[in-house]
Write a protein that binds this ligand. Sequence first.
Ligand code: FEO
Length: 161
Amino acid sequence: MDAKLFAALNDQVNEEAYSAYLYLSMSTWFEANHMGGFAKWMTNQAGEETKHAFKVLEYLQTRGHQPTLKAIAAPGNRWNTALEAFEAALAHEKHITGCYQKLMEQAHELRDHATIAFLNWFVTEQVEEEKTADDMVQKLRLAGDSIGALMYLDGHANKRG
Ligand code: FEO
């Protein structure tokens, strides 16, 4: 594999690991603020992100490279409202989508068809990732200042498998 593309994919392992760390941090904030349903939602999402990190890591290994694990930046751990936390999650997912778009462009330039095929899964996954976060943002906006609606959504988030 091209050295620059390898380096960019290696960085993506870190992006996904940071995603897991960010959502885990959001989970601790929700838990501390008595919104256990949203906390569970975020913990589940952190688990998904860990799987994404492994998926990229294993792909690099399959292609005969040794990935380098880099330091994971500390995420924030304070948000003012549930809406603010989910808006931050949505903004982060958009950032991750951008990362995969750049990776895909690099893979196309190099005509690395194996990597293009690999990245296709993530391109599709990101559509779902953005939708899931955006759905919660829109619901929380509809809830406005209603504590009842917030508690209902927290209960709803708790059911996420
Ligand atoms: Fe692995 Fe939510 O991007």
